[in-house]
Design a protein around this ligand. Structure first.
Ligand code: ADP
Ligand code: MG
Length: 191
């Protein structure tokens, strides 16, 4: 599917504020996820991830940001990443969604080597409507999201879909981090 953009966002939410109007008519909850890839056909891995998320049971893909290219951060001797943020609405429970995301990673032949090392596909859950939790398997909101421009710059584009989320100035935080962290929209031409 063609990624939806923030211009499709619910009216009144363009500045990143959490919209007050009810947006859940089906018992589903809104969730933001971050996709990343720095091995193989990076664009294809992101596209497959979007399609796989959209095909999950009782789940709809509402919006996807542009794709960004970012220099690796924690482990710097590895290829550049492509990153994208998406918003879904799902009836899945948080842990079931995490396991589904891990299955999507495995379908892209993700292997787990060095922490923060290269990967064909990384699918992280950033914010899950109405859920705060902290255990070894799943922490929500994602514990490192506010430190990473490669998460926040794409997220800012789709944050207009937020519903029942923490009040966050995602665009402002992204702009501040982007002063020190190289992140730019990807033009589709491999370097
Ligand atoms: P990272 O995404 O931090 O680079 P991994 O993708 O290898 O690293 O994930 C490591 C572990 O993080 C996973 O086994 C998963 O159980 C855990 N985890 C905790 N919170 C989250 C979250 N919000 N989204 C995705 N994974 C999470
Ligand atoms: Mg991950």
């Amino acid at each position: 599917m063609t990624p939806a953009r923030t211009d499709d966002a619910p009216s009144g939410a363009e500045d990143g504020r959490v919209t007050e109007r009810p947006c859940i008519a089906t018992g589903r909850r809104r969730v933001f996820l971050s996709l990343g890839s720095n091995l193989g056909d990076r664009v294809a891995h992101l596209a497959r991830a979007r399609d796989a998320l959209a095909a999950l049971p009782n789940t709809e893909l509402l919006a996807a940001s542009r794709v960004y290219e970012t220099a690796p951060q924690d482990v710097t001797d590895q290829p550049a990443f492509l990153n994208q943020a998406v918003c879904i609405e799902t009836g899945l429970a948080p842990r079931d969604l995490l396991h589904a995301c891990q299955e999507v990673e495995r379908a892209s032949h993700r292997t787990r080597g060095r922490r923060f090392g290269p990967r064909t596909l990384d699918v992280d859950i950033l914010v899950f409507q109405g859920v705060e939790m902290d255990d070894p398997e799943l922490t929500l909101p994602h514990p490192r999201m506010l430190r990473r421009a490669f998460v926040l710059a794409p997220l800012a584009e789709v944050w207009g879909w937020a519903c029942g989320m923490p009040e966050l100035d995602v665009a402002g935080l992204a702009a501040a981090l982007a002063r020190d962290q190289a992140v730019r929209p990807y033009d589709g031409v491999e370097a």
